[in-house]
Design a protein around this ligand. Structure first.
Ligand SMILES: O=P(O)(O)OC[C@H]1O[C@H](O[C@H]2O[C@H](CO)[C@@H](O)[C@H](O)[C@H]2O)[C@H](O)[C@@H](O)[C@@H]1O
Length: 365
């Protein structure tokens, strides 16, 4: 599908007024090259250090630790014999029956809304196309899932929208026919290799190497902590850190955030995500991609977004409340509140859903 020009601009709330803040398409840039994470204009983002106040109390009182503890519940809650309890199953069933129906069991219903419409598909990566694993660098997607994504992309424009760097997620998925939006949707590339980044964005929001280095340095003695460079964002993982040391991880991150006021924090699944303070998220990326595809504000378009994480909620909300009305599908094995309409239990159900979309499309002739 061709990219159209004339997209609307993202609003950047924390940068100086910019006369020409349009999103640009840079043709023929090398797609998926391993670009460096260092900004040429770091001083735009990282400003005068603030004075540090309390230690550890700050992260406790700010609710970080509670958020860290509640992030990423296990796929199934197990009792002491490691057997999924009937009560848990019942709660999950009620959740899917009463609040967020399974996109598989209600597939016919969803497709009745899709009749005569063009579906645009948006897929998160970790926890959606690949199962959550302990080592972030080993979050491989199965070849069956790759085939399912490849097939679905033959019929519907398909984008992967991830918190990871675009290069990394492309390396995992490896399908050149998709759109990729890395760094929580900030870094977008079309199948034709067109870069859809905001000019100012790339200059303004690259996360400073200094921040990365200081996080690596300050967490190096915390066993299991891992700092991941996501180009415009940084992830600090604590999945493999003993819970008694989570406050230390939080403190290291807090020290950085308070030193650089133009960085902010979001919580993912056992990960603290440091990102620039700009008004851009996965929801904005969905709107932008729909505009780019010429599918924005069209009554005959049905966008579907499948994701498992808190950052995906921005996209669910855009599809629920915005003019591009569509469906969010939350991937979760435990009941949660969400802005999505539907649910799927895990990546294997996501794969079934993708296959069902292909079968449905083929049956339409
Ligand atoms: O938007 P996403 O594609 O879902 O990316 C969000 C984060 O995903 C990755 O971390 C998560 O998956 C890892 C591998 O399964 C797991 O070890 C980690 O605990 C999860 O948080 C990725 O590594 C992060 O950088 C992304 O921010």
């Amino acid at each position: 599908m061709d990219i159209k020009s004339g997209h609307s601009s993202p609003v950047m709330t924390d940068s100086p007024p910019i006369s020409n803040s349009r999103l640009t398409i840079r043709q023929n840039r090398l797609p998926y090259s391993s670009a460096t994470a260092i900004s040429q204009n770091n001083n735009l983002l990282l400003t005068v250090p603030r004075k540090k106040t309390g230690i550890l109390d700050d992260v406790k009182s700010s609710g970080w630790l509670d958020a860290m503890k509640s992030s990423s519940p296990p796929p199934t809650i197990l009792n002491k014999d490691n057997i999924s309890s009937d009560a848990t199953d019942m709660t999950y069933r009620e959740w899917t029956q009463l609040k967020y129906p399974s996109a598989l069991t209600t597939f016919e219903k969803i497709m009745s809304f899709a009749k005569g419409k063009r579906i645009a598909l948006f897929l998160d990566y970790d926890g959606t196309l690949s199962p959550i694993v302990e080592e972030p660098d080993c979050a491989y997607m199965s070849s069956a899932m790759r085939t399912a994504v490849q097939n679905v992309a033959k019929y519907f424009p398909t984008a992967i929208i991830s918190g990871r760097s675009r290069d990394k997620v492309y390396e995992f998925v490896g399908l050149s026919e998709l759109y990729y939006a890395g760094s929580h949707g900030m870094d977008i590339m079309s199948p034709a290799g067109e870069s859809l980044n905001h000019e100012q964005l790339s200059r303004t929001v690259s996360v400073n190497e200094k921040v990365l280095c200081s996080l690596v340095e300050s967490t190096k003695d915390i066993k299991g902590a891992k700092v991941e460079d996501n180009k415009f964002c940084i992830s600090v993982h604590y999945r493999n850190v003993e819970e008694k040391n989570w406050n230390l991880v939080a403190q290291c991150v807090d020290d950085v955030i308070r030193t650089y006021p133009k960085l902010r924090l979001t919580h993912g699944r056992k990960v603290l995500e440091i990102r620039p303070v700009i008004d851009w998220d996965k929801g904005k990326a969905v709107t932008f991609l729909l505009e780019s595809l010429g599918l924005n504000n069209c009554e005959d378009v049905l966008p579907i977004y499948v994701g498992d994480d808190r950052t995906d909620e921005d996209a669910f909300k855009v599809l629920r409340d915005g003019p591009n009305h569509g469906y969010g599908v939350l991937v979760s094995a435990v009941p949660k509140d969400t802005n999505a309409f539907y649910s799927l239990r895990d990546p294997s159900e996501v794969m079934e859903f993708l296959k069902s979309l292909v079968t449905w499309k083929r049956s339409m002739g």
